[in-house]
Write a protein that binds this ligand. Structure first.
Ligand SMILES: Cc1ncc(C[n+]2csc(CCOP(=O)(O)OP(=O)(O)O)c2C)c(N)n1
Ligand SMILES: CC(=O)[C@@H](O)[C@H](O)COP(=O)(O)O
Ligand SMILES: [Mg+2]
Length: 636
């Protein structure tokens, strides 16, 4: 029996001898690599946090003590140690374990995470709550160096440092010198001073010996230098930053040395004030391909364990992300005013190629979506054309910046919103199901969604010509596979496109849902139901000049979107019809109902949450059945 098999709870872990823990770490790593190679997942970060997870559960007592794993993408070892070993093979699968931490999944998951940099705020809230309840358990926020680039992390530190000194909060900065890509900004270079700190320790020793050797004054000077050693150390390490927030700073310590980790955590456990422990670790630790290429193995699909080579199921259709990335490079060649902004996701958004081609016009702002949007607004006021590429789910963070800094003055910022719709295995925290609703309510904002990659390109061209805020949202994964027109003309603003004609039903679709609508249309025509299908292209401005008369002609209407129904595209159509005083129609909205979508394959989720072609067919059948019933009734 392996050591891991003996662990059904953190209590079992504590029964192991310290000398057994490295073996356990090896078993955990092999399990993680094995499961992720089959299910995909966040491999490199989780491998880098194995010893930290073991040490934390060896020293602390969850669920009474709280551990908040920032983002939660490094929490796989934590899951294995907290009673989820048997279910671990279901990681990220439909109805299986979530890829991040979820309060609803385990009492050991203190907080639900997925979006970064929330752990300090949540941890501080818990620590304050515990103080008021006179509970003495520890709250531990584990945050990476990339997540430390977000403003909210400093808002938490700032409040913590200004509160009572008895907030029982331990912040562990897990510093692997990487975000998804190499970490950016001043913080990153500041943290890497730790490297030179090693050198400085040697230097300090030499200096001591040198001072002692000086006749007469040497001893006194040595004592003075010793006295100020603490401030010297703080000055030359990142401690300076955290001490300024009134945190006691310890570190940097090696995050893969279990003995050191356990010793220091046991000591810190006895302190009851805000402490920051700086741990250095290696992304991908223990699995050579991931150590070598941590960017690729940050979030990876299925791969062969022996080689680390990706197993692809022979699809050659490009992703929307790739088409966007290539279009940016092509368009950037003839227009020096185009700049690209990403919030720590150059690969994920497809902007890495633009970064390589035009490094001066590429800006990675770190995990700082809010700042990224306002930064882009600033550049736009200088005459540039900023294209801000952010995943739909992360753009939620920047709502006020879009409203206040972009829309009020109608500043021409282009939002390239990737991962719009159901994203799949990342689940509830990551689906991009709200953007159509949260953007269309903003004055001056234009909102588009392409039906295929060709239209994505055209929409980007349209956006670059537009003088005001404009968004294009497109889904995760493969595009349709249509031939690309690489010099497309801009689209007429706010105009939809008639795709098919039929008098029985009107299907109004947006974005990737157009494909579902066409699939449904073809199945329905086999049943003798003929539908007019419209690719609306724009959620705002909506083409009411086209839609209004069509609804009067075909008063059975289905709207389709991969977005929540509340406030989305279907709602826009209803509002438009109401404003145009069109009456006497029936309308069904296909979209995600008032719920959060869990994780699983995109196709399965589209079916479960009823936003696929089958859902359109069912809605069409009920509508046309009742139409036939009525016809039949009037004949009687
Ligand atoms: C608000 C937000 N923006 C972007 C992301 C995407 N993202 C997930 S992990 C990550 C990098 C985090 O780096 P770090 O905290 O250092 O953890 P590491 O991956 O190095 O373990 C990013 C950018 C996110 N989860 N949340
Ligand atoms: C943890 C996180 O937020 C990212 O790593 C995210 O999982 C990336 O998603 P994609 O795989 O869609 O790029
Ligand atoms: Mg990191």
């Amino acid at each position: 029996m392996s050591l891991l098999e003996k662990i059904d709870s953190p209590a079992d872990l504590k029964r192991l001898k310290r000398s057994e823990l490295p073996k356990l770490a090896g078993e955990i790593r092999r399990t993680i690599v094995d499961v992720v190679s089959r299910n995909g997942g966040h491999l490199a970060s989780s491998l880098g946090a194995v010893e930290l997870s073991i040490a934390l559960h060896y020293v602390f007592e969850t669920p009474a003590d709280k551990i908040i794993w920032d983002v939660g993408h490094q929490s796989y070892a934590h899951k294995l140690l907290t009673g989820r070993r048997d279910r671990f093979p279901s990681l990220r699968q439909h109805d299986g374990l979530c890829g991040f931490t979820r309060i609803s999944e385990s009492e050991h998951d203190a907080f639900t995470t997925g979006h970064s940099s929330t752990s300090i705020s949540a941890g501080l809230g818990m620590a304050c709550g515990k103080r008021l309840k006179k509970e003495s358990e520890k709250v531990i926020s584990v945050i990476g160096d990339g997540s430390m680039t977000a403003g909210i992390a400093y808002e938490g530190l700032n409040q913590a440092g200004g509160l009572h000194k008895d907030e029982n909060l331990l912040v562990i900065l897990n510093d692997n010198d990487m975000s998804i890509s190499p970490n950016v900004g001043a913080l990153s270079s500041f943290l890497s001073r730790t490297l030179s700190a090693k050198y400085l320790q040697g230097f300090r020793k030499e200096l001591g010996e040198f001072l002692k050797s000086l006749p007469r004054i040497g001893d006194d000077m040595y004592k003075f230098a010793k006295r100020s050693e603490e401030s010297f150390k703080t000055f030359v390490t990142p401690g300076m930053l955290f001490e300024a927030f009134n945190f006691d700073y310890f570190g940097p310590i090696n995050g893969h040395n279990l003995n050191h980790l356990i010793d220091i955590l046991q000591n810190i456990r006895e302190l009851s004030e805000p402490v920051l422990l700086h741990v250095t670790s290696k992304k991908g630790k223990g699995y050579a391909p991931a150590e070598k290429n941590p960017v690729y193995f940050h979030g990876v699909g299925c791969f062969e364990v022996e080689t680390g080579v990706c197993v692809r199921k022979g699809v050659s259709v490009p992703t929307y992300t790739n088409v966007f990335g290539d279009a940016m490079v092509a368009l950037g060649a003839s227009d020096d005013n185009i700049i690209a902004v990403t919030a720590a996701m150059p690969e994920g958004t497809g902007l890495a190629k633009f970064a390589a081609a035009y490094p001066d016009r590429f800006f990675d702002v770190g995990i700082a979506e809010q700042h990224g949007v306002t930064f882009a607004a600033g550049m736009a006021t200088e005459g540039f054309k900023p294209v801000v590429a952010i995943y739909s789910t992360f753009l939620q963070r920047a709502y006020d910046q879009i409203l206040h800094d972009v829309c009020i003055e109608s500043i021409p910022v282009i939002f390239a919103i990737d991962r719009g719709g159901i994203v799949g295995e990342d689940g509830a925290t990551h689906h991009g199901l709200f953007d159509l609703s949260y953007l269309r309510s903003l004055p001056n904002m234009v909102v588009m969604a392409p039906k295929d990659e060709n239209e994505l390109y055209r929409m980007l061209v349209t956006a670059l010509k537009h003088d005001g805020p404009i968004a294009l949202r497109y889904p995760r994964g493969s595009a349709v596979g249509v031939p690309l027109d690489t010099s497309p003309l801009p689209l007429p603003m706010g105009k939809g496109e008639v795709l098919t004609d039929g008098d029985d039903l009107l299907i109004l679709a947006i974005g990737s849902s157009v494909r579902e609508a066409l699939e449904a249309r073809s199945a329905l025509s086999d049943e003798g139901i003929l539908a007019t299908v419209i690719n609306c292209r724009f959620v705002k401005p909506l083409d009411m000049a086209l839609i209004g008369p069509l609804v009067e002609r075909i008063p059975r209407v289905i709207t389709v979107e991969e977005n929540v129904r509340q406030g989305g595209f279907g709602s826009a159509v209803l509002e438009g019809l109401n404003d145009a005083e069109v009456t006497g129609f029936r309308l069904r909205r296909i979209g995600v109902r008032d719920t959060f979508v869990e994780h699983g394959p995109q196709k399965a989720l589209r079916s479960q949450y009823e936003v696929d072609a089958q859902a359109i067919i069912r809605a069409a059948e009920t509508m046309t059945d009742s139409m036939n019933d009525k016809k039949a009734a009037s004949c009687v």
